[in-house]
Design a protein around this ligand. Sequence first.
Ligand code: G4P
Length: 532
Amino acid sequence: MTTIPTTAQASTAAPTPASRRRTFAIISHPDAGKTTLTEKLLLFGGAIQLAGEVKAKQGRRQTSSDWMAIERSRGISVVTSVMTFEYGDCVFNLLDTPGHEDFSEDTYRTLTAVDSAVMVIDAAKGIEARTRKLFEVCRLRDIPTVTFINKMDREARDPFDLLDEIEKTLAIDTTPMTWPIGSGRDFAGTYDIARSQVRRLDRDDEPTKVNGPEAGLFDELLPKGAGEWRDQVELAIGGCKPFDLTSYREGHLTPVFWGSALRNFGVRDLIDALIAFAPPPRAQVAEGRTVTADEKNMSGFVFKIQANMDPNHRDRIAFLRVCSGKLTRGMKARLVRTGKPMPLNAPQFFFAKDRQLAEEAYAGDIVGIPNHGTLRIGDTLTEGEDIVFKGVPSFAPEQLRRVKLKDAMKAKKLREALQQMGEEGVVQLFVPNDGSPAIVGVVGALQLDVLKERLASEYSLPVDFDPCQFQVCRWITSADEQKLDSFIADHGSSMARDLDGAPVYMASSAFSLRYEEERAPGIVFSDIKDYQ
Ligand code: G4P
């Protein structure tokens, strides 16, 4: 039988500001109900007054992410934002991830800043492509995941079928924490297996304690007959793995809840589970050592830069994940990359629509730091010794283009603008060793549209893109420095440097890349790189 640890059991130490933090993201396939669920979670926290503020009906997503014409016209959420709310004893930081797959790089980086995830699955559709992809990223980082099977008020697949699919396609154990009582039109609520209590869809009050699945209440809730349902629950109790906090925290097991975000049903169970099980801020690996959340000195890393979040303030915000200590407004941190002091005069918290000055923030919190280009993705800010956090990745682009400037007189301005866009992570920038014009790289074509639009609107630089003779590129490293140097020298016209000056080998095709790889033992070609 499943036993549910309380928060106190999950952590016996007295609560600290850091231990009260739950920093998480929702991963899902478009349309599974992420926006609706976000809205309901925020309602619990009182962060918004009215449901519907996260996604306005007509304009679809007139949120803080509503910052570019391109986004509105395509009806997709391009940017990543963060929402903070309090519920129970906890402060939740919910990081939104863009829904469009062209922005997967951005999403991946966002997932480096969370401690746990909620996976939302459409009960009729099961695991869909994007959920699987995002889950793989969570697995790479062993991010503990709670599953919410949504839309139970619509026709749904058999619960065992869904659990089986999660286990098989994601290779993770499942523990149903609740069990749905009917589905579609007959959806009547959920049965909490460990506590033996019923939450009813038609009553927004405390759950009803019952004497196990045999209770007469189920005959009432399932007028078509409760026999089969009782068998299912017995099977679930006997056949499913019991909940194990350690397995969940290590990313091997996902507790499963059922509900309907639209009806605001099952959401309370989900949020209670996050309070009880989801990990507080984790220790963060840095070069040379691991930094724990309870260390006294403030440290944090930038995982995202966003420009023009608010059309009324044409500013640039760096999103900093605080990893340790306490960030106080006005404090002087140090930017490790340059060694220069960085006063934090206006750090900000984000709510559904608003931002507010952050007087203080703790490990797990995400604060926005307005700046004019000083901060880059992957930067570390610290109060104590120099620390360089690892793990904010950059992915080898899938498309490479040369930027064609319509007005040749503006070449210098373009170089500066591209440098900025590269630092913001809008595109990747590669400067060829042979002095030819810079090459931009993107994971998805939509990034090129964003670049074009921003160069035109922010820098008055109308541009087009020319195909590039290169199709793929890889960062190269070697344990043998001489070997690396001679490879670079021998491949002069195929070599470039990225923003950090790291050597990048450019190839005209996947075939020629393989050919070079085979001919260059001792050189490591990688398609993923940590920001320095
Ligand atoms: P997303 O962010 O994951 O893309 O999904 P979103 O919340 O926008 O939900 C997608 C559609 O599914 C919406 O309907 C939403 O109302 C509906 N939905 C979400 N949760 C539930 C649920 O629990 N039950 C039911 N029946 N529907 C749900 P839409 O028609 O596309 O948009 P709208 O006009 O309702 O806003």
